[in-house]
Design a binder for this molecule. Sequence first.
Ligand code: SF4
Ligand code: SF4
Ligand code: SF4
Ligand code: FES
Length: 763
Amino acid sequence: MPAELVKVTINGQELQVEKGARLIEVCRENGYAIPSFCYYSDLALQASCRMCLVRIEKMPKLQTSCTITCTDGMVVTTQSEEIEKAQRGMVEFLLANHPLDCPVCDRGGECELQEMVFDWGNLEERFTEKKNYAPEKYLSPIVANDPQRCILCKRCTRVCDEWMGEDAIEAGGRGAHTVIGTYGGWLNCSQCGNCIEVCPTGTLLDATYRHQTRPWELSRTTSTCTFCSDGCQLSVGSRRGEVMRVVARDRYVNGHNGEFLCIKGRFAHPFVNHEERLRTPLVRYKKGGRLVPSTWDEAVRFAAQRLQEVKAAHGGGSIGVVGSPRLTNEANWAMLRFAREVAGTDKYTATEAFSLVPFFENLSAPIATHRDIRRAKTILLIGGEPEELQPLTGRAVRQAVRNDGAKLVIVNSTPIRLKQQAALFVHVRPGSEDAAVLALASPGDADSAARKLGVGADELARASQIISETAGDVVVMFGGELGAEAQAALAGLPASFGEKEGRRFLFHPLPLFNNSVGCHDLGLMSGAMNPLDILDAAGGEVRAMYVAGGFLPAHLEGREEALSRLDFLVVQELFLTETALAADVVFPAASFAEIDGTYTNNGGLVQRVRQSIPPVHQSKPDWAITSLLAQALGTDFGFQMSSSTIFLDIARNVPAYEGLRYPLLKDESKPVQAKHALARGRDSSAALGDLRDAVSSLEETGDKTAGTPPVGHELFKLGVLTGKVPQFHLLAAGNPEPESVLISPLYQITVSPTIRREAAAGD
Ligand code: SF4
Ligand code: SF4
Ligand code: SF4
Ligand code: FES
């Protein structure tokens, strides 16, 4: 239904706006600047700073435009002597206790308070009393705090509560002595740093970057996070070839995540310039010998010669080619072309935790972006744990429920934290999640499915009822727990519910990696083998392997010897990982901060990765390494050493990317979604039959997990990349409270190798 329009006059200009639109937003959208500190779009109103004052006709005094919604006939003035006098008075008041220490404040140069004072100029300061003083301290290994700079806008406490669902910080004390603090003195939260990001002043600060540079010294590059499948847009700040910090500050980047990032996106970047990065290519000339540094020419020549020998002796099909869901579409496309055109093998795959092929083959409704999730009326989440594995998705779900009353239905064997927001939590046996899909897709099977799940049939009926009754969008999400049959049946779920006016189904898969969806789209997951098969075939059907990135610890578990059975192994990597250590040739690859390319996120958005620093040491982009190797083996891909040419090649060959070009992906505020083919109207009876068979073989035993896992139990796991960041070691070791919060915890606590946790499945 189209929204009702009303007439509003602002500074003499007549406007037609939506009834109920927030006045501060309407003014800003129409070019009338309104100062504000406490207002923050899509957060609960605070209305404490009184900076956003306007005069509204027929109202007795100045009004805060952040609290006013538009009504018909409203006449508004945003600028006048009266208004400016009141606003100047408020700033003077805010500065009464604020130290004038901008030259030593990390926020200096990008502080909203400083900007306002500079913009207005000639600000009076009549308070001569001694200012409050409190020493700078640490709230956690990640969050530093300078209490007297606080203007009590409470953006920090609101994002912590509303975005993160954590409520880890709050205002304490009274009157002029009110400060933002933690419960118990030490922050045991997910350390997302969003409170730092939204703080308009230098009160909450990035403890990992503290006092290292000034903002104006940094070169800024808009890029895409390299950690999870949410694909947050971020600004990489670099200086002289070193990544100094990552932010999502809206003055620099305007992506689908707004100013949100999680701990990994914001703080795990030190792996880029880490001292353990591979410096040169390495070659092992004889089995059992050592990896020795080599030139690029020699390493490429040696690798090409040995791959050629294996191909001549055993055929191209004896070479396995393994891409990675952590690499760009361009890198994976080069690997796929290498497999098909250079090696001549169908044994290609990617080091993915689980395949999405059955889901995409049967997809019958569009993919939901994070904006779609935020506006959904019902969200069905089967398996997964977005708040730990895809935190932006977690935030979108939480806000959809909290801010707009969406109904969340969770089917999980663990009472995950999002359960707090759920209208219905169906607590199932571990490994039985497929049965929930069967019950929803085929109500006639609900009783038998309920037995497998260990729940009452009424709980499943309630889930179906919530979906059936939805007027608006139903977003269906799933994690890696679902088997191939359940993925296929779930992708056809809308047909089971039939058509209903006003209701629309959308899907949001929850793969683990930054380019899991891209890897699928290119066809890399449709090779003859999956990662486990290819490892099992090592030394048998597969005699040589070419791997970009590394196998996951979960792949190598129980297959530790697999790679050593190969005649020849080539790996391109950032670090000497377990996979690289087994290689005969290791090429140093460039990280996301050193390359151009694209990742495709779990909302199907194809987003740019941009080079912010030159390649570290002698590293090269993955696709360039693959092109060099192909060239040495006699094939020229025609990439002309440019990632945009590769993307053009992808767009010409991959239907979902047809017509896409780098210039179309230029503006992160207008993200472009891949066009995934929909299999509407397909007969789902075969898929349901397969699922019925799969579910019938499930055990009716197994204990459900009782407790809600602690915050950070996945986020803080040490992987290849996060393991390079000292703060992650402290967090993985339980975030011990240091002896003094006045000194950096890193100086006080020696990170011992014995406190390291197991490497994560993903990073
Ligand atoms: S770091 Fe994140 S979770 Fe922790 S207090 Fe700040 S906003 Fe809350
Ligand atoms: S710490 Fe920053 S965001 Fe929080 S209330 Fe103070 S000024 Fe506002
Ligand atoms: S939510 Fe995912 S994409 Fe966003 S910052 Fe975190 S790891 Fe990166
Ligand atoms: S922005 Fe309106 S009162 Fe703070």
